[in-house]
Ligand binder design. Structure first.
Ligand code: ARG
Length: 270
């Protein structure tokens, strides 16, 4: 499997506002360390044989390094995110990039955290709601992208995006998740899917261990979660652990910094 990811850069990464509980304007990233940390993540993708596309960050967009929130993409269609007002300025840059590349771009009419709340797993889309995503987006995602949408709700703002609570380890077979991060009905929904589930403890999940990128061979993840890393290695995966201490000041990790561009389209489509 050849993964294609859209990344930006950390040149303008700052904490100008607090829109998740991990952000504190009095705890700023070290600019050089943030750039180096992000470059190491990109280098790890390339070393894993993934293709990387790039959109330059804009000075007025301090969270633009977190490209995952820009959209969710399937085949040649992209449903744009509808971010909180603090991040609205990012949208036009991502929209322009997607349109230039020939994607059919659909604007979201309701709040939507993009791939942050929309994890593709084969024909399933694990879709968060109740934090940054309005539940009415689920029908739109099903209609526009042809996914079977699985609604999942996290228990609070610490899990403001689903990609902090659930990870796709090997699509469409294996997920990892933190049971305490999901409400009871959502835990039931997840178990009923019949997929293999790896449980991650609250402590490692809070260090954004689940905010990982896996292509089913290589897992790129934070260095802060040795137990999950060991579990994944026992399963034969190649695990690359990276520093995410600067990105963590924005409440993000590895998964947040890459928008997947090559989710397979529905069978039988163009
Ligand atoms: N500071 C960013 C925000 O709160 C972090 C976004 C992280 N993205 C993600 N997919 N979890 O919007």
């Amino acid at each position: 499997m050849n993964t294609e990811l859209l990344v930006s850069d950390a040149a303008h990464f700052r904490i100008d506002y607090e829109i998740n509980p991990y952000m504190h304007t009095d705890v700023q990233p070290d600019p050089a360390a943030a750039i180096a940390e992000h470059e190491a993540i990109v280098a790890a993708h390339l070393a894993a044989g993934r293709r990387v596309e790039y959109v330059a960050s804009a000075p007025e967009c301090p969270d633009m390094v977190f490209t995952a929130n820009a959209a969710v993409v399937r085949g040649d269609r992209a449903v744009l995110g509808f971010p909180p007002p603090e991040r609205k300025a990012e949208l036009s840059y991502f929209e322009e990039w997607l349109v230039d590349r020939g994607y059919d771009v659909i604007e979201a009419p309701y709040p939507f955290s993009g791939q942050g709340d929309a994890l593709a797993c084969g024909d399933l889309l694990l879709a968060g709601y109740g934090q940054r995503t309005d539940q009415r987006m689920h029908a739109i995602l099903a209609e526009e992208l042809g996914y079977d949408v699985i609604p999942l709700r996290t228990v609070g703002p610490r899990w403001y995006d689903l990609d902090l609570a659930v990870a796709v380890v090997d699509a469409p077979h294996t997920l990892a998740y933190c049971p305490q991060a999901l409400d009871e009905p959502s835990r039931g929904t997840l178990r009923a899917l019949g997929l293999e589930l790896i449980e991650v403890g609250l402590e490692e999940a809070t260090r954004l261990a689940l905010n990982l990128i896996s292509d089913g061979r290589t897992v790129t993840m934070t260095r802060g979660a040795p137990r999950l890393a060991a579990t994944l290695r026992e399963r034969g995966l190649h695990v690359v652990e990276l520093d995410t201490t600067q990105l963590a000041k924005g409440g993000g990790g590895v998964r947040c910094t890459a928008l997947t561009l090559d989710n397979p389209p529905p069978r039988g489509s163009r």
